[in-house]
Design a protein around this ligand. Structure first.
Ligand SMILES: Cc1ncc(COP(=O)(O)O)c(C=O)c1O
Length: 359
């Protein structure tokens, strides 16, 4: 008899971008660059680092289990009461927590394909049936997602911008969708990359919360705030939903260094603006250069782009690895690579390496 459920049996462990140290170990390449995990190439605000350093002397104490000051700061940032905010060990924990809290095997989840793989992992891990709705033009097909909702549907994931495509759903289509969604369905808006978005019609779900009461907006300090290693994310929803998630949440889920660094990161809006502007410029420049090489690039609102290399993405990925450039292939996109926008010199190195690999 199997030790685990069939859905856990079918799971493969989450595979992140290849670490630089691993490439050094495997191929002896010492100066590799990593454009594979959508991290912020500029790193965090120096103020966030200083806050984390100053908190080091307290690490023998457990963190504030309620993350009071962090939630207070997040609440002020978004103009919501503190009871609407939950902290997460990365937003990843909250994606999983939403499934664990609200869904059983009697329920059903709707998600897009391809989208952030953790939605699917969470559904499988907790034995919740799901429907993966294929994207259209690499963008969420909101009409098809609505059509996939059944009386059992409890949770629906929308990544905006979506990962790995970088595409987005605009304000008006999203508003119509939220209004049309049956009120019992909880929509989880995953806005991990929202701070990088620059499109005029890009929706901010904080302002759409009264279109659909059962909404959880998830954000993270891992992307533009540059604190991926400290594992801090947050969710904003109604006190009722937040209250249920808090019953299930692990105690002390965000460490002290993460809490203080995240507050300082929020306080440094200048750093965020610098990162957003550099990313937007480089996203445009890299996309144009790739198009000039004859490749098709999906327009992106995030800090990564998806480029169709029109041949095996896996082999191209391997060839780039040997040149010390780590990008990200996806089994569901056999001829495309996802490339994180890095610093100017890193992007140049990627463009040069890809040019050599393709020629
Ligand atoms: C779309 C999306 N959501 C959520 C996450 C989770 O990030 P974290 O747990 O670091 O907040 C990621 C990470 O890559 C992501 O791409």
């Amino acid at each position: 008899m199997s030790l685990v459920s069939p859905s856990i049996e079918s799971l493969l462990p989450y595979e992140g971008g290849k670490p630089i140290e691993e490439l050094a170990r495997e191929l002896g390449i010492s100066d590799a660059i990593k454009l594979a995990s959508n991290e912020n190439a500029l790193g965090p605000s120096p103020k966030a680092l200083a806050a984390a350093r100053a908190a080091l002397s307290d690490v023998h104490r457990y963190p504030d289990a309620t993350a009071y000051k962090l939630r207070e700061r997040i609440a002020a940032e978004h103009g919501v009461p503190m009871g609407h905010v939950i902290q997460g060990n990365g937003s990843n924990e909250l994606l999983d927590l939403a499934v664990r809290t609200f869904c059983t095997s009697e329920h059903h989840i709707v998600l897009a394909e391809p989208a952030f793989v953790v939605y699917k992992i969470a559904a499988l891990a907790h034995g919740v049936p799901f429907t993966a709705v294929p994207v259209v033009d690499l963008t969420h097909d909101l009409d098809a997602m609505l059509a996939a909702v059944t009386p059992r549907t409890r949770l629906l994931f929308v990544g905006n911008p979506n990962n790995p495509t970088g595409t987005y759903v605009g304000l008006e289509p999203l508003r119509r969708f939220l209004r049309a969604l049956p009120e019992e369905v909880i929509v989880l808006m995953d806005e991990a990359y929202i701070e990088y978005a620059t499109a005029a019609d890009f929706p901010d779900c904080m302002t759409l919360r009264n279109e659909h009461e059962r909404m959880i907006v998830c954000r993270t300090f891992s992307k533009i705030y540059g604190l991926a290693a400290l594992r801090v994310g947050y969710g904003i929803s109604t006190p009722q939903l937040i209250g249920y998630m808090n019953r299930v949440r692990a105690p002390f889920n965000v460490g002290t260094l993460g809490q203080v660094a995240a507050i300082a990161a929020l306080d440094d809006s200048e750093h965020v603006r610098t990162c957003r502007e550099l990313n937007a410029r480089e996203r445009e420049r890299v996309s144009e250069r790739l198009r000039a090489m004859g490749l098709s690039v999906t327009p992106s609102q995030a800090n990564f782009i998806l480029v169709d290399v029109e041949r095996s993405a896996r082999l191209t990925y391997d060839a780039l690895l040997r040149k010390g450039v780590i990008v990200r292939p996806f089994a569901s996109l056999p001829t495309s690579l996802r490339v994180t926008i890095g610093k100017v010199a890193e992007n140049d190195r990627f463009l040069q390496a890809l040019g050599e690999v393709l020629s």
